[in-house]
Design a protein around this ligand. Structure first.
Ligand code: 6R9
Length: 648
């Protein structure tokens, strides 16, 4: 097992909740007691308390055919109704659902009543375009209100969305459209990024250019104002179409296990996995965790999760959790540092954000810039901070609490995955004594174990993180590939879920995450697979062979570092420097800018075992500037010397 992220094992600081915070805390110790006494009864009670059921369920969990779970499966609900109409019907129609802030500084507020009205029209529009329950709709949008509106409109009619991050390339988009056989794509002309408009519609055109696709229509939101080409009959302007449809739409109930969305994520092989989530269980756990982990008081809090809706964090904690709970939140189109490095803090000040949820990579890049930037803004509205995406090192945790949080407010480190759908491990603010660097405790109703390779519990030292009982928001499968689902997550430990993360449990029972144990990298909290980037590199005409590793990086957690052997025929055509530039650009174009290698080293050989496996461990040592580890299993031990002479 390779544990890539060093933790400060000496970390011993503890932070007690303040009495003031504890006195008003939403969560309570009673939640743990209730879940312990009757786990299924606990989740059934949460599902009833937090959601509106069109038809009440009588069965909580069906686990007769593991790993295929069914939660609340004889019940019916409408996910969008739960996120919208019921808040309006309860008299909260005027509450702000979204404070949207565009990158150029334009802004728009949507009340729950307004958001509901928009989603009703969009639902009618999709229906008029022939979308019915179960059909797939691809969404390729910037962080604009229409992104949230589209997702909810799809959900409202029982269709299935597949949101593709706006930074992904035409090729990545096409693969995802094809895999899910999407019939509609919702996009924008362009979006804003660092003061410029980046095209989205053009990328969709490129994606759909080659060969027949399943896409009938492309709906285009006007945002960037950039010029677009138009395919008559296929392309439609979002606003014109919406103006022509009925404003009323009655949400009907769908079975709890009706599919809600597919979201693609990287696995150990090259092909991204379409993670499938369904309705009732997913919404129960996202609402439960959003309420209790973030101590939500919906009538007064302003919540801001900085994740893009293209990632699971955006699905669960920008769209479904907060809206199911009737929260007021900020939705931001831009980046943290444009047009100035205090942009996020300015937004917190402007909207009086009280709960803030972001990733360690962002915190570390702010640390580098220094505390004087956030100190120019009034951040006193903040009362709770959250972290997600990768382990947060204690130094970053302390900086976050002090410089952003003013020194006394809780910081919750939340561990979960695309596959788990919602938060699984986190402190509960006001209840738990906080430990910087540790994600700490499974949330009530979740069972976590740390096991060795043979499935025996590990009491000290590191092991593999396993979820030992099914949970409401668990993935229900990999789209179109039930075998891969079983193989990836369930083969190793029987009917316990193997997460792919290393972890250790300390003497208090707190969990410390140690990073991935497979060939998945974590760059700025985003998952990338070594295999996917290697196959992109090998697809370039210059490349003979390629190996990719995730090397630790001060800001992004890990960075992509590639080692490439050029084809003999190409060696004289380009210099190594030119090849490296070309290949970095090639990966960015093929997969997306986030996958662009930090470095591409042109080498003559790669370290291989006698059975021909590339020893990435040694390449990682090299990329991280460490002493090269044990090379005795190499077929040719001198190879590493040759490579390291090239690199250093
Ligand atoms: C929500 C999300 C999942 C992987 C996961 C783990 C890492 C996420 C973490 C964390 C340590 C945390 N991860 N949160 N590691 N502490 N608080 O990030 O989903 O994009 O699927 O990534 O991210 O390695 O396995 P996803």
């Amino acid at each position: 097992m390779s544990v890539q992220i060093d933790h400060n094992l000496e970390e011993i600081r503890r932070f007690r909740p303040s009495p003031e915070f504890a006195a008003q805390a939403v969560a309570s110790l009673a939640l743990y007691d209730a879940a312990k006494a009757d786990r299924l009864g606990f989740w059934a009670a949460q599902a009833k308390e937090l959601l509106h059921w069109h038809r009440p369920f009588t069965r909580t969990l069906d686990w007769t055919n593991p790993p295929f779970a069914k939660w609340f499966d004889d019940g019916e609900l409408n996910v969008a109704y739960n996120c919208l109409d019921r808040h309006v019907e309860a008299g909260n129609g005027n509450r702000i659902a979204l404070h949207w802030e565009g990158e150029p500084g334009d802004s728009r507020d949507y009340s729950y009543a307004e958001l509901t009205a928009e989603v009703k029209k969009a639902a009618n529009l999709l229906t008029s375009l022939g979308v019915s329950a179960g059909d797939r709709v691809a969404i390729y949008l910037p962080m604009i209100p229409e992104a949230v509106i589209s997702m909810l409109a799809v959900a409202r009619i029982g269709a299935v969305h597949s949101v593709v991050f706006g930074g992904f390339s035409a090729e990545s988009l096409r693969t995802r459209i094809d895999d899910a056989s999407a019939s509609i794509v919702i996009t924008a002309d362009g979006g804003y990024r660092k003061g410029k408009v980046f095209p989205l519609k053009t990328t969709v055109d490129t994606a759909l250019a080659d060969g027949e696709s399943t896409v009938r229509n492309v709906l285009v939101v006007k945002r960037g104002g950039n010029e677009v080409e138009w395919t008559e009959g296929r392309d439609l302007w979002w606003r014109d179409e919406l103006a022509a449809v009925d404003a009323e739409h009655v949400a009907k109930g769908f079975p709890a296990e009706h599919p809600l969305f597919i979201l693609y994520t990287s696995g150990t092989t090259g092909k991204p996995k379409g993670i499938l989530h369904t309705s009732g269980g997913y919404l129960t756990q996202t609402a439960f965790t959003h309420k209790n982990v973030f101590d939500l008081h919906p009538e007064k809090d302003v919540f801001w999760c900085t994740a893009d809706i293209g990632w699971i964090t955006g699905h669960s904690y920008v769209v479904y959790g907060p809206l199911a709970n009737g929260a007021t939140q900020v939705l931001f189109e831009g980046t943290p540092d444009s047009p100035h490095p205090g942009r996020w803090w300015e937004i917190i000040e402007k909207y009086k954000v009280s709960i803030f949820y972001t990733a360690p990579t962002a915190i570390r890049s702010f640390m580098k810039l220094g505390r004087q930037i956030p100190q120019e803004f009034n951040l006193r509205s903040l009362r709770l901070l959250g972290s997600v995406g990768e382990p947060i090192n204690p130094e970053a945790w302390i900086w976050y609490r002090h410089v952003i949080g003013g020194g006394s407010i809780p910081v919750v480190d939340t561990w979960w995955q695309t596959e788990t759908g919602a938060i699984m491990i986190s402190a509960l603010p006001g209840i738990t004594d906080l430990k910087p660097g540790s994600a700490q405790t499974p949330v009530p109703g979740i069972e976590i174990e740390v096991l060795d390779d043979n499935g025996a519990p590990v009491s000290e030292g590191g092991g593999l993180l396993v979820v030992s009982e099914p949970w409401p928001s668990m993935l229900r499968g990999i789209w179109g590939d039930p075998e891969r689902f079983t193989e990836t997550y369930w083969e190793k430990f029987g009917d316990r879920y193997f997460a792919g993360d290393g972890a250790r449990i300390d003497e208090d029972g707190d969990i410390w995450l140690l990073g991935r144990v497979d060939d998945v990298m974590n760059v700025s909290g985003h998952r990338l697979s070594t295999a996917e980037i290697e196959s992109s590199l090998v697809a370039h005409p210059l490349t003979a062979e390629a190996a990719v590793v995730g090397a630790s990086d001060e800001t992004t957690g890990q960075a992509v570092v590639a080692f490439v052997i050029l084809k003999a025929s190409q060696e004289d055509a380009v210099s190594p420097e030119e090849a490296s530039v070309l290949l970095r650009a090639h990966v960015a174009r093929q997969i997306g800018a986030i996958a662009r290698p930090r470095e591409v080293f042109i080498v003559n050989e790669l370290p291989k075992t006698r059975s021909g496996k590339i020893m990435r461990r040694l390449l990682r040592d090299l990329a991280e500037g460490r002493e090269i580890g044990d090379t005795t299993t190499l077929s040719d031990a001198s190879v590493m010397q040759v490579i390291s002479d090239k690199v250093r």
